[in-house]
Design a protein. Sequence first.
Length: 277
Amino acid sequence: MSTATKTASSRGPKTTGKSWFHYYLRSLSICPCWFSYDKMQAMSALFTLAPVIKANARNKEEIIEACKTNVQFFNTQPFMANFIFGLCIALIENHESQEAIQAIKVGLMGPFAGIGDSLLWFTVRPILFSIGAGLALQGNAFGPIFSLASFWFIGQYIVRYHGMKLGYEQGTRFIEEFAESGLMEEITNAISIVGVTVVGTLVANWVRASSPLVFKASAEDAGMQLQPMLDMLMPKLLPALFTGLAYWLLAKKKVHPVAVILIFMVGAVVLSYFNII
């Protein structure tokens, strides 16, 4: 093993077997009771990673910076989140930059949400509960118990508990392989691009905004619609502009998220009244 690899693998106290169950219990906070409208699952992510952050921070300022970074927006499939948490634990123990950790969280949360929803919610759960329903229709009281117990075992024990350990092991191997080559910055940049792409896709699919505005030269003129012109310039231009405005208010002007929501609600009512959007 090279000197750089030894250094990378020796920094920070390593997670032990006793710690995993503790981290697993803290990760259960990702249930909907920990959601917020502006940060989604961010508080749960911070709560899960807090012991690792505190154990590996070299001073109080590092703890404060890490806490500020880990309360940024985070949202993924709850069971699959533990793989990302395990990866973050490995990065924190090796004192990687907060920018790298946040970029990896943002870059992976979208793909893992899709995998988790497809695999667990729409494949494993229907199959297991169909089997349980079939047993129940035959008068077997074990049917519901089988469905609940088997889904709990797969979701909580295999995916959640061992997923966190798998993420940690893969993260440690990842760090050891790239510590000497100096590729961490390039990989962080690549994952950041993936994260931005995911956010752009969400904006295009979920932000709804269009304009019915029609320009007429005279009362008899059929007029020229604004929305087709905007689509010719760039599809989904209005959603992109509104998202950019929200980002500017939140990130640049530090406006409270509730105030931003109220601004958009009032603005939407006013613009709709004048038939602009």
